[in-house]
Design a protein around this ligand. Structure first.
Ligand SMILES: Nc1nc2c(ncn2[C@@H]2O[C@H](COP(=O)(O)OP(=O)(O)OP(=O)(O)O)[C@@H](O)[C@H]2O)c(=O)[nH]1
Length: 625
């Protein structure tokens, strides 16, 4: 079968010399989405009346939180008004790839970067370089991208364009005059920026008549059309109705639709070398169309994939339980639905003696966790209890057997040889007056200083190796409060380290409450135990018998409180013989009991679980302050 069926015209391919593939990288809130909006408007692809703020952030939750979760690509026609391309005044095709800015989605950022030849490095002119600016810049440099430095928000009275152009110029090795100054809000300087992208970002190079190779840089689930996969063609071309092969799995699919987004999806007969577009194959689940994978033609396809791809690896786990046990099937259905659009979301059923039936869910990081929880509650109307987030531990026993622990209550007992925990390389940026507080915080969290550099006279970049477990609780909040909001943080996983970790169990009347088990550093265990035990004593009502509340490491009790006995007689206030009133009160008491969970012989109000698990300081990481 020929690669291009006869009844379909050949793809209208753009001359690669006229293509520019670029992305915008920026720290969160530095104005990437606003700039993208302005570019859509200036290039005329979105009419004024259709324009709405942050056009490219399609998910409601993205718009509300003002963050970009999924990257998207959009095709912008632009005839340069100035610069080398201007004399010919030829319309160029700028493919802009919007990238997520948050640490949890670094892998998606790096794939988006791999689909580009250049990047606009956008920095807020009132804030200067931040941690994610740097992290993303390093990724761009690794991908050999042409970097176009830009200061945004120059309309702000607090903007310091001189100071920050110099900072930026020092960082990437250019002259301060080369740093463009724009206002994404007013549109000032944005035309010049588009001209500069045409002039400076190199056109794609690829072999037009080689077997097709296209890289997947994003996959999005659409409830009407199934999975929409965004690709960048590196070599050859992809055509409508052609059969394609995913090189990582060998799975084959038919290209039901292929096209470009401008920014609405516009079908085409095919897309050629250097171009960016979307494909639809009818797959129902993004895990069958994975970010980073290479697509080739089934017939006469390429034999070598482009670069590698990795499966997204969950870094943080949490148990999710419906408040109302009868909503368990709904929770399963909701997770199944979310997974269609999120290859990084993993989950399996688990049962907790304290919380009932639920799921152990794996996330890329804390933001990912927050977003999923919020979507479950908001879009699916579920009320959930989430256990404190934990990282993944590798436990090696003395007899050589190994356990991967994603739930602290399953941390093995017995003769443990070593425990390994994941570590990250953290980059912190802040005004230099905060060096002391930042170092103190990192030191308290078992950090190891890697190095420190001044970006300018008064701003410094500090690098630490930190256990991921120490970051997942409230590190970021602490950092912000210790630096009056001026510090920024980025981190990337760098492997694992052996550490002195122990499991702390909480016991009620001698029975373990699995939902409260935590793995902590041995020096933090005592403080964690004392805090939880005290809190539970406050929250659990007195019952007919005395209840010891204990924290223990193995069989060693490290903290203890006692809830004294009381007999709660609801009929005490009912003198006389009004039997119907008595019955009413007894009914009410029964109602109340429904919201109680039995832990061994102790009744614990559900509110107690929620209060302990939802309070910010329930994590084991906080012990040392
Ligand atoms: N004054 C002024 N405000 C701007 C400008 N550009 C963006 N903003 C504002 O800065 C805030 C953040 O802008 P966004 O475009 O959402 O930032 P972002 O970088 O896309 O954020 P993420 O998608 O979360 O990474 C918004 O309130 C914008 O209105 C500008 O040029 N001038």
């Amino acid at each position: 079968m020929p690669a291009t069926p006869k009844n379909v015209p050949a793809p209208s391919r753009t001359d690669p010399a006229l293509i520019r593939n670029f992305c915008i990288i920026a720290h969160i809130d530095h104005g990437k989405s606003t700039l993208a909006d302005r570019m859509l408007q200036l290039t005329g692809v979105v009419e004024q009346r259709q324009m709405r703020a942050q056009y490219l952030d399609r998910m409601d939750i993205e718009r509300e939180r003002g963050i970009t979760i999924k990257s998207q690509a959009v095709r912008l026609p632009w005839a340069p008004t100035e610069g080398p391309g201007a004399e010919q005044s030829k319309t160029h095709i700028l493919n802009m790839i919007d990238t997520p800015g948050h640490v949890d989605f670094t892998y998606e950022v790096s794939r988006s970067l791999a689909a580009c030849e250049g990047t606009v490095l956008l920095v807020d002119a009132a804030q200067g370089i931040e941690a994610q600016t740097l992290a993303n810049l390093y990724l761009a440099m690794e991908n050999d991208l042409k970097i176009v430095p830009v200061l945004n928000k120059i309309d702000l009275p607090a903007a310091q364009p001189e100071k920050f152009s110099e900072e930026l110029a020092n960082l990437i090795g250019c002259e301060p005059e080369d740093v463009l100054k724009v206002s994404a809000k007013t549109g000032m300087g944005v035309e010049a920026l588009l001209d500069k992208v045409v002039a400076e970002v190199p056109p794609p190079v690829g072999v037009a008549d080689a077997p097709a190779r296209a890289m997947i840089f994003d996959s999005v689930y659409d409830s009407y059309r199934g999975v929409v996969t965004y690709v960048r063609v590196i070599d050859g071309q992809l055509n409508r109705r052609e059969r394609i092969r995913m090189m990582s799995t060998g799975a084959t699919h038919e290209l039901l639709e292929i096209g470009v987004s401008s920014p609405e999806m516009t079908p085409a007969d095919g897309i050629g070398v250097g171009e960016v577009g979307y494909i639809i194959t009818g797959v129902k689940d993004v895990r069958q169309s994975k970010v980073g994978d290479t697509i080739t033609s089934l017939h006469n396809g390429a034999t070598e994939a482009l670069g590698g791809y990795k499966d997204p690896k969950p870094m943080v786990f949490s148990g999710l339980y419906p408040l109302d046990g009868s909503e368990y099937p709904d929770l399963r259905e909701a997770l199944d639905k979310l997974q269609l659009n999120d290859a990084a979301l993993v989950y399996e059923p688990e049962t907790s003696a304290a919380l009932g039936f639920g799921f152990r869910v794996g996330f890329l990081g804390l933001l990912h966790l927050d977003v999923i929880r919020e979507r479950l509650e908001r879009e699916f109307g579920l009320d959930l209890i989430a256990t404190a987030p934990n990282v993944v531990y590798r436990v090696v026993m003395e007899d050589g057997t190994e356990h991967t622990v994603t739930n602290p209550s399953e941390f093995p007992e017995g003769k443990i040889d070593q425990v390994f925990e994941p570590v990250v390389r953290a980059t912190l940026l802040a005004p230099s007056e905060f060096i002391g507080s930042i170092m103190e915080l990192c030191q308290n969290r078992r950090g190891t200083l890697l190095g420190m550099d001044y970006l300018s006279e008064d701003r410094v970049e500090i690098r630490y190796t930190l256990p991921l477990a120490e970051i997942v609780f409230d590190f970021f909040d602490q950092l912000k409060s210790k630096t009056r909001g001026y510090a920024s943080l980025d981190y990337e996983p760098t492997g694992e380290q052996s550490a002195q970790l122990v499991k702390v169990d909480i016991l009620l009347h001698g029975d373990k409450v699995d939902a409260f088990s935590a793995v902590t550093h041995k020096d933090a265990a005592y403080a964690y135990g004392v805090r939880l035990v005290a809190k539970l004593r406050e929250l659990i009502p007195r019952q007919a018998f005395e209840i010891p509340v204990q924290a223990a490491i193995g069989s060693r009790v490290i903290a203890r409180e006692t809830i004294r006995a009381i007999r709660k007689d609801v009929l005490a206030k009912c003198y006389g013989g009004d039997i119907s009133r008595k019955r009413k009160l007894l009914e009410k008491q029964k109602e109340g009991k429904k919201r109680m969970k039995m832990v061994g012989s102790v009744e614990v109000p559900q509110e107690a679980f929620i209060a302990v698990l939802s309070s910010d300081d329930s994590g084991p990481g906080k012990a040392k302050k």
